[in-house]
Write a protein that binds this ligand. Structure first.
Ligand code: PMP
Length: 388
């Protein structure tokens, strides 16, 4: 018997509960609910209807290396990168994953020598410069694979066979990064989840061998669970596809169609002459992020006990203007001598963040999501400014 508090069949959940001035504010995850307000304003531009008989087959495009990739998503991914100019797409295979998280795992699988081969006698070392995204070690080691294992900070790694994860702009500190290791038998995977105009200046068209992107951070549709990889080498693309085939026999077509429609709405708003200016996602995102970073810097200054990374800027080839970086996370340091663990200090003030220790860094630092809803963000900033 459904209870009165249960949602009606078919009614979507809204995610995190609403907040009040004395609520616990959870900014631990990078949940991109900030973008809901934008998408509420776009009417039916990003809506889809899927009749009961559609998207039933496992297959999408049997002639493609990635046989479960919906051609419409392939098309919109390439179109958006051409519009923004953040990544090369000509000569690349597009692969789809259940979030870029699945593609990250697929890359580890594809780039590690097969077990049983001479080269595969020892697991492949997976490294990234600290502070690194906390999921990299967690996802690399959770199944204790014999193919690869987490080997920590790239800066202190000794050896020439490795997979280096390069996240730029970096989660957690927003830094613009390049690979720090170089060797003929080392391979870099570029995680460009935040390389979009709302977060940073688009200074060059990235053309690395393997690049990962996701709607979670570009449009805010984390719940759709769609990411994509741009991969140069056909054999690597095939092995990554094989991983997804073995792991989940493909990727939800319903989600792919929705992601394609969302990406299409983003491009249309810039390319169609009749499009409304307030339907431009990157303009909205940039305005919002500039506003939030200004509020945060003022709050940190008012409190006097926190410091933030220096603001940097660059010429953005997409907006044709100088743009400051507005990272999706604040890498906040508590400068009070007696506070050694900033996350527990903030938890004492009902602000949940992720400790620097989870990113291979000092626990005086925390990572704070900048992408939550306005009400939670406003309470966070107000509370922070009052801390002494
Ligand atoms: N890479 C980075 C750097 C991220 O911050 C995130 C999300 N927090 C991901 C990948 C994973 O994104 P997805 O939701 O597409 O799995």
């Amino acid at each position: 018997q459904p209870s009165p508090s249960m949602p009606k069949a078919g009614a979507p959940s809204t995610g995190k509960p609403a907040v009040t001035p004395d609520s616990v504010i959870n900014l631990d995850h990078g949940d991109p609910t900030m973008f809901e307000e934008f998408w509420r304003g776009t009417g039916s531009a990003a809506e889809i209807v899927i009749p009961g008989w559609q998207t039933m087959s496992y297959f999408s495009d049997v002639g493609n290396v990635c046989w479960f990739l919906e051609p419409g998503l392939d098309h919109e991914v390439r179109r958006l990168h051409r519009l923004v100019g953040n990544a090369a797409v000509d000569g690349y295979h597009v692969l789809v994953g259940t979030g870029s998280t699945q593609l990250f795992m697929a890359a580890l699988y594809a780039l590690s020598p097969p077990a049983g081969s001479a080269a595969g006698a020892a697991p492949m070392s997976v490294v990234s410069t600290a502070p690194y995204y906390s999921s990299y070690p967690a996802v690399t080691d959770f199944l204790q694979s014999g193919l690869f294992r987490w080997a920590g900070d790239a800066n202190t790694f000794n050896g020439d066979t490795y997979i280096e994860l390069v996240c730029s702009p970096n989660n957690p500190d927003g830094a613009i990064r390049e690979a720090v290791l170089s060797s003929d038998s080392g391979i870099a995977v570029h995680d460009l989840a935040y390389y979009w105009p709302q977060y940073t200046a688009i200074t060059k068209r990235a053309d690395h061998d393997i690049m990962l992107f996701t709607v979670s951070k570009s449009t805010g549709h984390a719940g759709t669970r769609i990411g994509w990889a741009l991969v140069k080498d056909r054999d690597v693309a095939k092995r990554m596809t094989k991983f997804i085939e073995l792991n989940t026999i493909g990727v939800s077509k319903d989600s792919q169609l929705r992601a394609a429609k969302v990406l299409r709405a983003v491009s249309d708003a810039y390319e169609l002459p009749e499009a409304k200016e307030d339907h431009r996602l990157f303009d909205y995102g940039r305005r919002k992020m500039v506003e939030r970073w200004t509020m945060l810097r003022e709050a940190a200054a008012a409190s006097g006990i926190f410091s933030l990374p220096e603001e940097t800027s660059g010429f953005c080839n997409f907006t044709k203007e100088i743009a400051v970086t507005n990272p999706a996370f604040a890498w906040l340091r508590c400068d009070r001598e007696d506070v050694e663990d900033c996350a527990s200090f903030l938890r004492g003030h009902k602000i949940l963040t992720r400790s620097g220790s989870q990113f291979g860094a000092d626990p005086r630092y925390v990572r704070v999501s900048m992408l939550d809803r306005d009400d939670a963000y406003d309470i966070f900033v107000k509370r922070l400014s009052s801390l002494q």
